[in-house]
Design a protein around this ligand. Structure first.
Ligand SMILES: NC(=O)c1ccc[n+]([C@@H]2O[C@H](COP(=O)([O-])OP(=O)(O)OC[C@H]3O[C@@H](n4cnc5c(N)ncnc54)[C@H](O)[C@@H]3O)[C@@H](O)[C@H]2O)c1
Ligand SMILES: [Zn+2]
Length: 357
C-alpha cells in the first residue's frame, strides 16, 4: 500500500494506492457518509460494472450520469446540482466521484458550487483518472467555445486508487490513459520514460505491479507539482499541459471522436517535433517519443483539420492572449519547459508541414 500526500496546508489530503482497496470500500468511505447516507456520483458504465462494490455501513444515494465527454455539460451539471440540493447536501458533506476523468471533473465542479462548496472524494476508475485527473483539484465542464472553459479549483478531501478496477476498462481507454502516464516521464523523469519503454507493454497487458508502479510514480510527481503551484500561476503546474495545446485543438477539430488521451499522445509527439524543429531538442528524442507512443497503439501523425482551423482552436484557449499561447516545449526527454510566447503564426507554419502529404 502506498500513501502520497498533497501538501496544501488546510487543503492537504492523502492519496491511497492499493490493490484491492475497493474491497474495503465500506471502511474507507464510511467517514464520508453522513446520517448513514453516502452520495455517489458515477456514470452508467462504471455503476453497472462496479457500483455494487461501494457497499458499507451506509445507504448509497447514487446520481448516475450518461457516460462520455458530453456529460461535462451545463445540462448535466444542472441536473446533478439539483439532485444534490434535493438530497439536502450541506457544506460539511462529502460526495464521492466514482468514475473516470469525466465524472471527477463534473462531480468535483458540482461540489465546488453547491452551497458555495461542499467536500468530495475521488475514487478514480480509469487509468487516466488514476495517474492524473483525480489529483490536483481542477474541476470543469465544457462550454460551446471549448473544453474545460467553466470550472473551479476545488481540492478533494481524499483520493482512493484501486488498480484492480481497471480490469473492466476497455483497452482503447487504457491506452489513452497510458498516454497521460508517459507524459510524466516526458516532462521531468527520463528514467520513468525509459521504464515505460521497457514495461509499457506489460502495463497495457494485465500486469498489476506495472500499473501500480506507473500510478504511484505519476501521482507522486503530480502531488509535488500541485503542492508547489496549486493554481498554475508559477509556471510549474503548466508543465502538466505538455501535449495539451495541440491536443485540445485536435479534440475540438475531431468533434471529440478522438479520446482525450489519444489527442494528448498526438499532441506530445507534435510538441517534441515542434521543439526539434526549433532546434531545442535532438530530433532523435522526438523520434523516440513517437516510436514509443505508436508502439502503445496511440496516434502520432496529424491527419485532421487545416493549420488555420487548428490554430483557431488554440486562439480560443483560456490561456491565449494577443496571438500568442503559452506552449510546453522540451529540451529533451524529461526536459519540458514553458515558453510563454509562441506566435500562433509559427505554429501554423509548423502544422502546415505536418499536414503536408
Ligand atoms: N481535472 C484534471 O486535472 C484532468 C486531467 C486530465 C483529464 N481530465 C479530463 O478527464 C476526462 C477524460 O477522462 P477519462 O479518460 O477517464 O474518460 P471518462 O471518464 O469519460 O471514461 C472513459 C470511458 O470509460 C468508462 N469507464 C470508466 N471506468 C471504467 C471501468 N473501470 N470499467 C469499465 N469502463 C469504465 C466510462 O464510462 C467511459 O465510457 C476529460 O474530460 C478530460 O478533460 C481532467
Ligand atoms: Zn490531459
Amino acid at each position: 500500500m502506498s500513501r502520497v500526500d498533497v501538501k496544501l496546508g488546510e487543503r492537504a489530503y492523502t492519496i491511497r494506492i492499493e490493490r484491492g482497496l475497493l474491497e474495503q470500500a465500506g471502511e474507507t468511505l464510511a467517514p464520508f457518509a453522513r446520517g448513514g447516507r453516502l452520495i455517489v456520483v458515477s456514470d452508467e458504465n462504471v455503476w453497472a460494472a462496479h457500483g455494487a462494490r461501494l457497499a458499507g455501513p451506509f445507504r448509497v444515494e447514487a446520481a448516475i450520469v450518461p457516460p462520455g465527454e458530453a456529460s461535462k455539460s451545463w445540462a448535466e451539471l444542472e441536473r446533478l446540482v439539483e439532485r444534490m440540493l434535493a438530497l439536502g447536501v450541506e457544506r460539511g458533506d462529502h460526495i464521492v466521484a466514482f468514475g473516470g476523468g469525466m465524472v471527477g471533473d463534473l462531480a468535483g465542479f458540482a461540489a465546488a458550487i453547491v452551497k458555495r462548496g461542499c467536500g468530495y472524494v475521488q475514487v478514480p476508475t480509469t487509468l487516466l483518472a488514476q495517474v492524473d485527473s483525480s489529483v490536483g483539484g481542477k474541476t470543469a465542464i465544457n462550454a460551446g467555445a471549448g473544453k474545460n472553459l467553466v470550472g473551479a479549483f476545488h481540492q478533494p478531501a481524499a483520493v482512493f486508487i484501486d488498480p484492480l478496477v481497471l480490469e473492466t476498462l476497455p483497452p482503447r481507454e487504457l491506452r489513452a490513459g497510458y498516454a497521460e502516464a508517459v507524459k510524466y516521464g516526458l516532462i521531468a523523469d527520463p528514467a520513468f520514460f525509459a521504464w515505460c519503454e521497457a514495461n509499457g507493454a506489460a502495463l497495457l497487458g494485465d500486469d498489476v505491479e506495472a500499473r501500480l508502479h506507473a500510478i504511484e510514480t505519476c501521482v507522486r510527481m503530480k502531488a509535488a507539482i500541485v503542492g508547489e503551484d496549486e493554481r498554475e500561476t508559477k509556471g510549474r503546474r503548466a508543465l502538466l499541459n505538455l501535449g495539451h495545446t495541440f491536443g485540445h485543438a485536435i479534440e475540438a477539430e475531431t468533434g471529440f471522436a478522438m479520446l482525450h488521451g489519444e489527442a494528448v499522445a498526438l499532441g506530445m509527439t507534435l510538441a517534441f517535433r515542434f521543439s526539434a524543429a526549433r532546434g531545442l531538442c535532438a530530433p532523435g528524442d522526438a523520434r523516440r517519443v513517437e516510436a514509443h507512443l505508436a508502439a502503445a497503439g496511440l496516434p502520432t501523425r496529424l491527419a485532421v483539420g487545416t493549420p488555420e482551423r487548428l490554430v483557431g482552436h488554440m486562439a480560443a484557449d483560456k490561456k491565449a492572449s494577443g496571438g500568442r499561447v503559452p506552449f510546453i516545449l522540451a529540451r529533451g526527454i524529461g526536459g519540458a519547459f514553458v515558453d510563454e510566447s509562441v506566435a500562433l503564426a509559427e505554429v501554423a507554419a509548423f502544422l502546415a508541414g505536418e499536414l503536408a502529404p
